[in-house]
Design a protein around this ligand. Structure first.
Ligand code: AVJ
Length: 322
């Protein structure tokens, strides 16, 4: 492996990004760092909460439209199903079961940043749906997409569930979609889930549950800095705060310092000052409508060719082609 020369004084991207985010104004942290082993667990718990409607909405759509979705996947020589961000596969398993039962000719290639998540998924599939030909790919979406571009033996179906794209500001989402588009050939397709604009209260409730699971998920960033960067955050001195702007469709998560305080981050040699009620922005969860999705597609060189949704249009899964 060629190592890239670097001028930074930090050992890891986590260190560098934390230093950058907490010395910026306003302060921010990147939501991808929520997901260590404990963060993965907390997200599983979130997906099982009644308030977090996204999971059941998308599961319902996939259950209701299994046959049409499976049909749209199929190519003349079968297909390769590439899932970016594999998770626990609850929703994917519905599709896989159907694809195996109907003898579709396909490989399943789940891609995830976490090898642990991939191992668990592979193990579960071995017993639950033994007919699936699975090849796991550990890595970032970006690197994997580059590799997959040369992978042109038959139709590629790229699948991204869970409205995971919602963590990206539109500009970044377009970059992501452009990358996918570049990895696609004429026959290929993208199947992607987008949470929809809806009653603002329902959105706020999904990101502010009464049991504090989302709070713990958000605060896992502080826990990680304490454990990995020798920081001295007192978790109780920060409040989890959620906002939703119904005009832009952007839900934002913050950690708010409830007092003036100095935090030492020994590993980074930094002392961070917080005014009382100063914020750290930690995550966006973008909500969409057809206009936004059409615009994102157009900006990325893609076209929406089909869509599936529930009766309330709570959530939508779109098919894109290039
Ligand atoms: C995994 C990005 C889709 O934004 O809804 C859940 C993460 N954050 N609760 C989302 C999350 C707080 C989730 N995504």
């Amino acid at each position: 492996m060629k190592s890239t020369p670097t001028t930074t004084k930090y050992d890891t991207a986590f260190e560098e990004d934390v230093a950058k985010g907490l010395t910026s104004f306003p302060k921010y942290l990147l939501s991808k760092y929520i997901y260590d082993k404990k963060g993965d667990k907390l997200f599983q718990q979130i997906m099982n909460m009644p308030e977090y409607y996204l999971t059941n909405c998308e599961l319902g759509i996939i259950e209701q439209h299994t046959a049409s979705i499976a049909d749209s996947f199929n190519g003349k020589n079968g297909f390769d199903l590439i899932e970016l961000g594999a998770g626990d596969g609850k929703k994917t398993k519905v599709l896989l079961k159907h694809l195996v039962a109907k003898h579709y000719d396909f490989n399943y290639l789940p891609v995830d940043i976490s090898q642990h998540v991939l191992d668990e998924l592979e193990e579960a599939l071995k017993t639950e749906i033994p007919g699936v030909k699975i090849r796991t790919q550990q890595g970032t979406y970006f690197k994997t997409l580059e590799k997959l571009a040369d992978y042109n033996s038959r139709k590629k179906v790229i699948m991204v569930l869970g409205s995971n794209i919602g963590n990206l500001l539109h500009e970044k989402a377009i970059d992501f979609l452009k990358n996918i588009c570049e990895a696609m050939s004429e026959e290929d397709m993208l199947f992607m889930g987008f949470d929809q604009k809806k009653n603002p209260q329902q959105i706020l409730d999904a990101y502010n549950d009464p049991h504090g699971i989302t709070e713990a998920f958000n605060k896992n960033l502080l826990v990680r800095m304490n454990n990995e960067l020798d920081a001295d955050f007192n978790i109780e001195d920060f409040k989890h705060w959620e906002t939703y702007n119904p005009e832009t469709g952007t839900a934002s998560s913050y950690l708010v310092s409830s007092k003036q305080q100095q935090i030492k981050i020994d590993k980074l040699g930094l002392t961070i000052h917080f005014d009382a009620w100063e914020t750290i922005h930690t995550e966006i969860s973008q909500k969409y409508d057809d206009h936004i999705v059409q615009w994102l597609a157009k900006e990325s060189g893609l076209a929406v060719t089909d869509e599936f949704s529930d009766s309330e249009n709570c959530y939508k899964n779109y098919i894109f082609r290039r």
